[in-house]
Design a protein around this ligand. Sequence first.
Ligand code: NI
Length: 185
Amino acid sequence: MVLKLTNYFSNDPDFMSLLTILEFPDPRLRKRASPVSVVDDTLRNTINDMFETMYNAPGIGLAATQVDIHKRLLVLDVSENKDAPMVFINPEIEVLDSEPMGYEEGCLSVPGYFDMVNRPRKILVQALDKNGTEFELEAEGLLAVCIQHEVDHLDGKLFVDYLSILKRQRIKNKLLKDQKQRVNV
Ligand code: NI
């Protein structure tokens, strides 16, 4: 997920292993991710690369699906100073308060677009951390929005799926045009 108005710092890309972020309507974004079976150093390397990619983009959340890794894994940092990284492995969401909360969402896989999406305002998340230890977390506000947005990615779903068909089609056509132009340059 990406915020519309935030002050970000950007790291020097030369020293980082940045992953390529898939963009809508890439069909790989529609794959359903499989549960992670082993939390090991290989996975932790992937997690580090995902954080670097997310901070560099810049974004506040990134699901493995978006970097063409189809495992149930996501990273996020909704803090003002970008100093509160969070990892969720095999996340499961339970809705604690289904009262809808509207938030203007954006996504690194749908660059340049923001629109209002309604989601349950309070959730409970169960997941594994980067050491493979189970944890539980109650979330509301931006954190709840971001977790739900990223878990959607693991199920092959994008925030544009909540918009009208007409809007989604317009975004798709515009992004396809941008992608084509980039290839031709
Ligand atoms: Ni996203």
